[in-house]
Design a protein around this ligand. Structure first.
Ligand code: B3K
Ligand code: ZN
Length: 866
């Protein structure tokens, strides 16, 4: 497929300042009557042809300044419509197109989800509605008239404010929405359907009274309250934390059940995957509540970081996504426990972004080239992008950071900006230069930070040596990155007093050279260095400590992140290199930790008990990954810890049992207690599966909420036997009418690390609740298998790969975006041991031979095969 390059960016030859749309919704023949007020861009090429993008449209008519355009005045191709000689002055183009929303299985453009009309335009879906300059640097003011059968679509929603509504005759009605804020087409949205709603009012810091509403399938209104509450909290938080008020009279969120991703930040009309809206204690877990809060916040925060200030081109995607992830992470940290949230962020970064950055799909946070932009909504752009913003704040300090953000919004409001514009705002307020820091946006791969220390008792001095490295293509390091390294020294019983280190500012050393040495004086005893506190940079840290030194950090470090990390490091080593004595010592240290503080911070304790995942262990193996060996070692470690810690785990379970008697609340502290109790049960079961199965089955029966019920089911799912099968059957019967709950049931089964899982998947694909047309179902069953079951996906016989490949093939013609996303599961195939890698390649070749692959899938395939 043709490649699009950053260096080839040119401003558009034409711009559009107003768009008037008259859309008559119809299940199979929706008419879009669009009037575009165009004018030549002074920064473009004078007299150039006008090339409008279009995809899968039927052109009904075209008129220029009110007069029908003759056939020889324009050309239409599958990719768009061109006017050969447009006027060299402002002009209007009226285009009538027709689309079939019911036949739109790609879920891009205008489509129907359970009968509800809805749209998805990012990145390039608007061109599936009308011919347009479908690029983010073309920003216009939109007025949208929507008309539909009142029966079919009593609710009609658009961007901006409602300015008129009424009857249209013959059972039809209309609504006119006007959005005064110029926006790119990717932020356009409409919704029409039968929907219930919950709503409330909010008054902004500027005194604007807003109506906020969440629309859901009728009858599910009682599951929308948490999302609505999260909207209000997000609005208040963005005012306090960033001084950003909302700017329209209404803010609407609509939940739909067929959606390619999580949600979409359309101006004033966020459209959500219902998985990230609907929640009740009976159907949603603590994790679901936290995800709803985070995604509601994320989409809302885009109103400033994305909508008011948008991206000049899609290479700048991290400008809105990385920044907005950073903002939603800060919000969640303020709403919940900051250290616990930080650990969760880093776990997900390591689980998704590190492997991506180490494999064939790696790319810079700001890519320079793409074939299909929808394949670049990646963990790298989002999560590493957020880490870059976090590092910037660490480097310049919170006050300068806030001033820089204010400056960025002020200078770029209403504009389509670049990463350079973002950095310029911070350079302006600090008077510094961020050119070296900017390398983070350009350099793919995860840098390595190597640290070693030496202690001289006589001089009471400790010296740390830091080195960064990141061999590029030629084996040569590029110019150094600017790495903020938060660090300190830890004594035998806690922080050391009287230590001085002029190289640190607020506990942070800025490594902007290949190597550096830091000297601490006044160090009265041999310390343990605690490096990369709070995970201050997205790097791989190499610091050779003994288990005993790490256990000192777990017990005494002032930094909660590194306390957790210390336990993870010991566990990871034990998975990669099992050893009975060291395991025993680790169990004892964990026991002391649990006794001392598990009940003081249960959420943190639960994270300390959670061993590094199999994926993380695989990521730490230099090459020739054998998923079975990793799985066996990790399971053995769990079993050992479960047995050794049994009395403590029982005590914790008993101490937390009264939880069963209080009404469910999704707040972080109640969730933390549940997570510790469920972690305890899971470890008990690892050590003693028979007791574990019995307890889990009991818990399933007595649980008063989905969090505990699902945790028990997940524990039971790892223990083969009748109890498991009975529990699975009962669960499915109990939730037969609840697709989102059945997704959890699909996901748990897809992740069972046993050879029988493949057959189970084939069987479940035939289950009445499963359908390939709903992305949530596909992700729950096939996605969980491909991304969450390393031993079975990478089965030695290749059958796991084949199953996923067949799904990709089956899905590709109907929903290429989801198909391509599933295919990214093959991203780490080269790191597998030879025979598995050979099977993976065979399957990739099989996919390659399929005729007519979509651009989405062909792009991932080409990069993955290498
Ligand atoms: N901006 C959307 C993602 C669009 C994905 C298009 N393939 C949701 C978000 O990141 O907020
Ligand atoms: Zn986003």
């Amino acid at each position: 497929p043709p490649l699009i390059r950053l260096e080839e960016y040119r401003p558009s030859d034409y711009l559009i300042d107003r768009v008037d749309l008259d859309i008559r919704l119809d299940p199979h023949a929706t008419r879009i009557d669009a009037t575009l007020a165009l004018y030549p861009n002074p920064a473009g090429e004078a007299g150039a042809p006008l090339n409008l993008d279009g995809d899968d449209l039927r052109l009904v008519s075209i008129a220029l300044d009110g007069a029908p355009l003759a056939q020889d005045g324009y050309t239409v191709t599958p990719a768009g419509l061109s006017l050969i000689a447009p006027p060299r002055r402002p002009f209007t183009l009226r285009l009538v197109t027709e689309v079939d929303p019911t036949a739109n299985t790609k879920l891009m453009g205008l489509y129907r989800s359970s009968g509800v009309y809805c749209t998805q335009c990012e990145a390039d879906g608007f061109r599936r509605i009308t011919y347009f300059l479908d690029r983010p640097d073309v920003m216009a003011v939109y007025t949208t008239r929507l008309e539909a059968d009142r029966d079919q679509a009593p609710v009609l929603l658009g961007n901006g404010n409602l300015i008129e509504a009424g009857e249209a005759g013959a059972g039809r009605h209309f609504a006119v929405w006007h959005d005064p804020h110029p926006k790119p087409a990717y932020l356009f949205a409409l919704v029409g359907g039968r929907l219930g709603k919950v709503e409330t009012r909010f008054t902004t810091m500027e005194g604007r009274a807003i109506t906020c509403a969440v629309y859901v399938e009728p009858g599910k209104e009682d599951r929308a309250g948490y999302a609505l509450d999260a909207v209000i909290r997000s609005m208040a938080w963005d005012e306090t934390a960033f001084g950003r008020p909302y700017d329209l009279d209404v803010f609407n969120v609509v939940a739909v059940s067929d959606f390619n991703m999580g949600a979409m930040e359309n101006k004033g009309l966020n459209i959500f995957n219902d998985k990230y809206v609907l929640a009740s204690p009976e159907t949603a877990t603590d994790g679901d509540y936290a995800a709803i809060e985070a995604i509601i916040a994320h989409e809302y925060f885009h109103n400033w970081s994305g909508n008011r200030v948008t991206c000049r081109d899609w290479f700048q995607l991290c400008l809105k996504e990385g920044l907005t992830v950073f903002r939603d992470q800060e919000f969640s940290s303020d709403m919940r426990s900051r250290p616990v949230h930080r650990i969760a962020e880093v776990r997900s970064l390591r689980a998704r972004q590190f492997p991506e950055d180490a494999g064939p799909l790696r790319h810079p946070v700001r890519p320079r080239v793409y074939a299909e932009i929808n394949n670049f909504y990646t963990a790298t752009v989002y999560d590493k992008g957020a880490e870059i913003v976090r590092m910037l704040r660490t480097l310049i300090g919170p006050q300068a950071f806030r001033a820089g953000m204010d400056r960025y919004f002020a200078d770029n409001d209403g504009r389509a900006a670049t990463v350079e514009d973002f950095l310029a705002a911070f350079a302006a307020v600090t008077g510094g230069d961020l050119d070296a820091f900017a390398r983070w946006y350009e350099r793919p791969g995860t840098p390595r930070l190597t640290v070693s220390g030496a202690y001289e008792p006589g001089a009471a001095r400790c010296t740390l040596r830091l080195a960064q490295s990141q061999p590029g293509a030629g084996g040569q390091d590029g110019p150094p990155l600017v790495i903020p390294v938060a660090l300190g020294l830890v004594g035998a019983s806690g922080p050391l007093t009287g230590v001085t280190c002029p190289a640190l500012r607020d506990g942070v050393f800025v490594l902007d050279r290949p190597e550096a040495e830091i000297i601490f004086d006044g160090v009265a005893e041999e310390p343990v260095p605690s490096v990369l506190r709070d995970f201050s940079a997205p790097v791989r840290l190499e610091l050779a400590l003994t288990d005993a030194q790490r256990m000192r950090l777990l017990a005494h470090d002032s930094d909660p992140f590194n306390r957790w990390q210390a336990a993870q490091d010991v566990a990871l080593r034990l998975i990669l290199d099992p050893d009975a004595d060291r395991t025993e010592a680790f169990a004892q240290a964990l026991g002391r930790f649990l006794d001392a503080e598990a009940l003081a911070d249960p959420a943190f304790a639960a994270l300390v008990l959670a061993l590094p995942s199999e994926g993380e262990a695989a990521d730490a193996v230099p090459s020739g990954v054998d998923p079975d060996a990793i799985h066996r070692a990790r399971f053995a470690l769990r079993a050992h810890l479960g047995t050794a810690l049994r009395p403590r785990l029982e005590r914790l379970d008993a101490a937390l049992a009264p939880l069963d008697n209080v009404p469910y609340s999704p707040d972080a502290s109640a969730a933390g207690r549940r997570s510790l109790r469920n972690a305890a049960l899971d470890l008990i079961a690892a050590g003693d599966p028979e007791t574990g199965a019995r307890r889990a089955a009991e818990r399933l029966g007595s649980a008063s909420n989905m969090t505990d019920r699902l945790a028990a089911l997940a524990t039971l799912a790892l223990i083969p036997g009748d109890a498991r099968e009975t529990a699975l059957t009962e669960f499915a019967e109990r939730y037969a009418g609840e697709p989102l709950v059945l997704d959890k049931w699909f996901a748990i089964q897809a992740q069972i690390p046993e050879p029988g899982t493949l057959e189970r998947i084939v069987r479940l694909q035939g289950h009445p609740a499963f359908t390939m047309t709903n992305p949530n179902r596909v992700r729950a069953l096939i996605g969980s298998f491909a991304f969450g079951n390393p031993t079975q996906f990478a089965r030695a016989d290749g059958a796991g790969f084949a199953r996923v490949a067949e799904t990709v093939a089956a899905l590709d013609s109907t929903n290429p975006q989801v198909a391509a996303r599933m295919l990214t599961a093959f991203g780490s195939w080269r790191r597998l041991e030879n025979s598995r890698a050979a099977k993976a390649l065979e399957i990739l070749n099989w996919i390659k031979a399929i005729p007519g692959l979509s651009r989405d899938t062909a792009d991932i395939l080409a990069r993955t095969r290498g």
